[in-house]
Design a protein around this ligand. Structure first.
Ligand code: ATP
Length: 351
């Protein structure tokens, strides 16, 4: 097996700069998710690594091999696409065997490899069936088994769960995590679903407008976003950003002052704080500031509150039995150690 390394990839489609100098390293056996909004270049990067698309400049390595000039079949990669096209006229066995037949694998190796991949995906008792006789989740596993059967050095997956309905998607997410952990294949996985990314990844590469803007472990991306884009894209509801005036080395929210890690370039600073990191109280508290409740949304496991602080809005989550009514003033205490400070001009984190 092997890792993946891309260096300085630039890709143009006419005048559209789909990738604007992307470098990324995926370690051997690591599961990395490329996450970003529609059009940010995720699929293009995957297709360049697969050799299905050629970059204007930059290099692609799989293990120690520079594969930049190699055709897809010589790269030792396997790819699972969004529509996980399984062949309807072939049995599950023949679907999984497809890549091996293309490689002209000997019958014994072919059978062993198909059985190994099918066992890994827990579909070894379905080998004689046709795709029409399978559930969506089982078809999905056939597609992954077919990719793994050729023993690729790396597995590339492009939104493989997006054609499944919401419930099945949730189930397959956990399944896929378990099954791929067993296979230990280096995997690069594309999604625009931040929950899927958080759930599956060893590391997440967050992309925006043809660049990787942050590359970190999921909790780090969640708790320490590099900029307002990442903080706003990851988390539902997203991170709050409050614009506050700076006084010396402190930011002020009414009578509450908060120490800044470094002095920001401008007169104002952005406080980035997650909805669960603002503790709500009915009475004034030390280290808190007042905000008025605009909307209360009961979501079962918690209440989602929308509040107004001066002209700005905030989202806060509280336990389901919290007595909040619209129009009421609550006192919000930011949890120390969970606050991000960003420059309002650039959107970049100050730390
Ligand atoms: P999505 O989540 O919607 O699939 P993505 O992040 O995978 O989006 P890409 O498909 O990589 O995005 O596209 C990146 C940019 O390149 C977009 O602006 C897209 O319109 C453009 N693009 C992609 N493929 C082509 C093509 N074959 N010809 C012209 N432009 C293209």
């Amino acid at each position: 097996m092997a890792g993946i390394r891309v260096e300085n990839i630039v890709k143009l489609f006419g005048r559209v700069k789909a990738l604007n100098g992307v470098s990324l390293e995926v370690r051997d056996q690591e599961f990395v998710v490329l996450l970003g909004p529609s059009g940010c270049g995720k699929t293009t990067l995957l297709r360049i690594i697969a050799g299905l698309e050629h970059a204007e400049s930059g290099r692609v390595f799989i293990g120690d091999r520079d594969v930049t000039a190699l055709p897809p079949r010589s790269r030792k990669i396997a790819m699972v696409f969004q529509n996980y096209a399984v062949f309807p006229h072939l049995t599950v066995f023949e679907n999984i065997a497809f890549g091996l037949r293309m490689q002209k694998a000997l019958p014994e190796r072919l059978r062993a490899q198909v059985e190994r991949a099918a066992t890994l995906m827990h579909i070894e008792n379905l080998l004689e069936r046709y795709p029409a006789q399978l559930s969506g989740g089982q078809r999905q596993r056939v597609a992954v088994a077919r990719a793994l059967a050729v023993e690729p050095e790396v597995l590339l997956m492009d939104e493989p769960l997006s054609n499944l309905d919401a419930l099945l998607r949730l189930e397959m997410r956990a399944e896929l995590k378990r099954l791929l952990a067993e296979s230990r294949t280096t995997t690069l996985y594309v999604t625009h679903d931040q929950v899927e990314a958080m759930s599956l990844a060893d590391r997440i590469a967050v992309m925006n407008a043809g660049r990787v803007v942050q590359y970190d472990e999921p909790m780090k991306v969640y708790q320490e976003p590099a900029d307002t884009f990442v903080g706003g894209f990851i988390g539902s509801p997203p991170m709050n950003f409050l614009r506050l005036p700076v006084e010396g080395s402190q930011a002020r929210i009414q009578s509450l002052t908060l120490e800044l890690p470094s002095s920001p370039p401008g007169k104002d600073v952005l406080l980035g704080v997650r909805p669960e990191d603002l503790e709500a109280h009915l009475e004034p508290q030390p280290q808190s500031f007042p905000a008025r409740v605009l909307v209360v949304e009961p979501l079962g496991s918690h209440l989602l509150l929308t509040l107004a602080y001066e002209q700005q809005q905030l989202k806060v989550t509280v336990p389901p039995d919290f007595a909040a009514k619209s129009g009421q003033t609550l006192w919000l205490r930011p949890q120390p150690g969970r606050l991000r400070w960003l420059d309002p001009a650039s959107g970049q984190s100050l730390t």
